[in-house]
Ligand binder design. Structure first.
Ligand code: ZN
Length: 490
């Protein structure tokens, strides 16, 4: 019998049996990146955690609509709704249009997520493309009496909301804690209370990204886009809302308050949060000099890195920890992950080459059972990997003859490995893929180099040099030897 999927719901602080609102269908919304900088390690954990959930739900037969947004407007520097817009600031510094900045970093995000085997979501809405929906949502909150207009901006009335509902239900705070935590206002603000947050901001004269609204020429507050876009694409009530733990407060807390104020109820049934990545035990950040972009991660060019790590090494490393545990990046841990992944792929290769026998010397069904049970228990990917490693020993035994398996069991094991390693964990055999590429190149290069030997024998130096130079130009280094040639890809 299939185990029942349980998910830890941050809102109720317990594991709950997963039941969908509509039979067989899942609506999932995950907060995506603010596109004003190069994709870095901090982007990898939420992307991979929710990719794992997306892949798993699909493999379980659900029809999943996965919405992951792109924040290209409204994310301000201080406390998310004070100060300069992050994208507008980058645009000013680089003398670009804000939309050029957003487009460039969105493309970079896609490129690096693709390298890491992160599937594209079903819908990827941009905040700037949904201004009308956000204005309508703000109006609903105003109509319900939970917001006020002040000098062209609209703010959420946290105190009034808190009297009717609980502001802080997700992060487990109450308004008194929040009052003490909130920094004092610099007299510039139009807010009634420091803990109120912006639903709409009036644009200052130098602010480039601005739209017309009933209140002012301005732009939406950061939290507003997720409420408006999740409702538009998933409805007023949907199954899963995800994101990093750092978004729990204030972002997700504000989303819950906005939905409850406008619709009368919270939108999401399960709130799922991944824990954070630290580097050598420290929080990652530009000021710590441990802020590593994915480009640096994959080429090794950063002081904190002893070598380059491949995209699949980083993915495997992330999957080796449970998504709710903190994960510490260190060179030692990454090197261990690199070795582990290599061992897993070699074991799978051994399984592929195994010859069928009359009997099976082990319990072949156990691998699938252990993987299913682990994943159903709040996405326990480290337990899935541990089951796979136990079977790698058996697969290696099939190669040296210390274990045997029938043809039927071998086929079933290959199917189990495909489902778990490639479809659900989303891993790829990078070495085999690289070798596969070279297999096409090898006969072509050798054909050309044999033609060059013939040209040399015929003293046709022009053609001989031409072949060598053109190969060099595309990155193939040719070394002449007495008995022929050697070549390598640079
Ligand atoms: Zn969001």
């Amino acid at each position: 019998m299939k185990p029942t999927l349980t998910l830890y719901n941050t809102l109720t602080r317990r594991k709950e049996e997963f039941e969908t609102i509509h039979p067989g269908r899942v609506g999932m919304y995950v907060c995506g990146p603010t596109v004003y900088g190069d994709p870095h390690l901090g982007h990898t954990r939420p992307a991979i955690t929710f990719d794992l959930l997306f892949r798993y739900l699909k493999a379980e037969g659900y029809k999943v609509r996965y919405v992951r947004n792109i924040t290209d407007v409204g994310h301000l520097e201080h406390d998310a709704d004070e100060g300069e817009d992050k994208i507008a600031k980058k645009a000013r510094l680089e003398q670009l249009e804000p939309m050029e900045v957003a487009h460039y970093y969105t493309e970079r995000y896609h490129k690096y997520m693709d390298m890491m085997g992160v599937l594209s979501p079903s819908i990827e809405p941009h905040a700037s493309g949904h201004i009308m929906e956000q204005i309508d949502f703000v109006q609903k909150i105003l109509d319900a009496g939970f917001a006020y207009e002040s000098n062209g901006s609209v703010y959420f009335d946290v105190e009034k909301y808190n009297a009717a509902h609980h502001y802080g239900c997700l992060s487990g705070r109450n308004l008194d804690d929040i009052v003490t935590d909130t920094r004092a206002l610099d007299g510039q603000s139009d807010k009634q209370h420091s803990f109120d947050f912006a639903l709409w901001k009036k644009a200052s004269p130098e602010h480039i990204m601005r739209w017309k609204s009933p209140w002012s020429d301005g732009f939406p507050g950061w939290h507003m886009e997720c409420s408006a876009m999740s409702t538009k694409y998933l409805g007023e009530k949907f199954d899963i809302h995800g994101g990093g733990m750092d978004l729990m407060f204030p972002h997700h807390e504000c989303e819950i308050a906005q939905s409850t104020a406008a619709l009368g109820h919270d939108s999401a049934r399960y709130w799922v949060h991944n824990n954070m990545i630290t580097i050598n035990g420290k929080k990652m950040g530009k000021s710590y000099n441990n802020f590593i972009t994915l480009e640096q991660m994959f080429n090794g060019e950063h002081d904190a890195l002893e070598q380059a790590y491949s995209p699949m090494t980083v993915r495997f490393f992330i999957l080796q920890a449970h998504y709710r545990s903190t994960l510490d990046f260190s060179n030692d841990a990454l090197k261990a992950a690199e070795k582990g992944l290599d061992r897993l792929m070699k074991g799978i290769e051994a399984l592929g080459k195994a010859k069928p026998a009359a009997t099976t010397s082990f319990n072949a069904a156990e691998l699938a059972e252990r993987c299913e049970a682990a994943m159903a228990d709040d996405l326990n990917s480290p337990m899935v990997i541990s089951a796979l490693f136990d079977f790698v020993r058996i697969f290696n035994g099939l190669a040296d003859g210390s274990q045997t398996a029938t043809a039927e069991d071998l086929e079933a094991l290959k199917a189990t490995v495909n489902r778990w390693v490639f479809d659900i964990l989303g891993l790829k055999d990078e070495k085999a893929a690289a070798a596969g590429g070279k297999d096409m190149v090898t006969p072509l290069v050798e054909m050309l180099l044999n033609m060059r030997l013939e040209a040399k024998a015929a003293k046709n130096w022009t053609l001989s040099d031409q072949i060598r130079d053109q190969l060099t130009a595309i990155g193939i280094r040719v070394k002449d030897r007495k008995d022929g040639f050697d070549w390598e890809i640079e």
